[in-house]
Design a binder for this molecule. Structure first.
Ligand code: GLU
Length: 295
């Protein structure tokens, strides 16, 4: 993929810098009120900037993604009042908008990372990584890698003798600070080796990781701003390292506060009570839900 700058392209009638935002749900369950709130904000920001909103179907997890949830996401978001100008259902200049159909793009970026020598193969299982940890990391899905297979550790994975399945990790520089200005949360700073470790870019099941796929797609689809939940702030720090390594200009970021339930827990797809489906079936109107979410 060619390098690009995120400004100045002429698309969909935008003559100057065209704002391009996206919503990127995963079809692993019904969307809930928290998704609706974040996606509404994404739509508002695209509208306020006379921009384009893209819908991307992030269906890279084969074990959890289901086609019926793709249909449900589209239907429920339309019900809620979110409209997009590009997406799997409407097409657009950067199709396909479904991640499982974009593996060649991810492969190309991964090959560039390999050529740049910033990734290394790892044979550790998730269980081994977890058991090597001093303390669990709160609020993050990827545990800090203890460095077992890091180049120079003496236990590196040699590709000639490797047996079993390999994960590829991006090697971070311990102690390096990754700072950025978030449009909603203000100045952010995370430290490599402390807030996150060597993170997976290519999974043992021969698929790209979320971090790699999202960077490749946001760059390829010419996003100028990424609006998403604040649970992904730490992921943004990792993604900025990938932008740097791939020599791509990152978009701006705007991380929204998460919606919590009455006991203060953040909503998750497994908690059905506040799914858009259930709210709809219970007779809630989209307008009432919007009022409640933005009260
Ligand atoms: N697909 C991710 C999710 O549903 C969000 C990705 C993103 O916005 O960067 O959690």
């Amino acid at each position: 993929m060619a390098e690009h700058s995120s400004g100045g392209h002429i698309l969909n009638g935008c003559e100057k810098v065209c704002y391009r935002g996206r919503i990127a749900p995963s079809p692993t369950g019904f969307l809930h009120a928290g998704h609706a709130r974040t996606f509404w904000i994404a739509q508002e920001r695209a509208r306020a900037n006379s921009g384009v909103l893209v819908f991307r179907n992030e269906d890279l997890d084969p074990a959890r993604s289901r086609p019926e949830f793709v249909e449900a996401m589209i239907e429920d978001l339309h019900w809620f009042g979110v409209e997009w100008q590009e997406g799997p259902d409407v097409g657009g200049p950067f199709a396909p908008y479904t991640q499982s159909q974009r593996i060649a793009f991810y492969r190309e970026a991964f090959d560039r990372l390999r050529a740049a020598n910033v990734v290394y193969p790892c044979q550790c299982t998730r269980k081994e990584v977890l058991s090597a940890l001093q303390a669990p990391q709160a609020g993050d899905d990827e545990p800090i890698y203890p460095g077992t297979c890091r180049p120079g550790s003496g236990k590196e994975t040699s590709l000639t003798t490797v047996s079993g399945r390999i994960t590829w990790r991006f090697q971070v520089a311990d102690g390096q600070e990754v700072a950025f200005e978030d449009g909603c949360c203000g100045p952010q700073a995370f430290v490599a080796g402390k807030d996150f470790g060597d993170f997976v870019v290519w999974r043992h099941d021969n698929l790209p990781s979320y971090q790699l796929a999202v960077v490749v797609d946001d760059a390829a689809m010419r996003m100028t701003e990424v609006v998403r939940g604040e649970d992904l702030l730490r992921s943004t720090a990792r993604q900025l390292l990938l932008y740097r390594a791939l020599q791509w200009t990152p978009p701006k970021f705007y991380h929204c506060p998460l919606v919590k339930d009455s006991s203060g827990m953040r909503l998750a797809k497994r908690h059905d009570a506040l799914s858009l489906r259930t709210l709809r079936e219970d007779g809630e109107s989209a307008a009432t839900l919007r009022r409640r979410l933005f009260a």
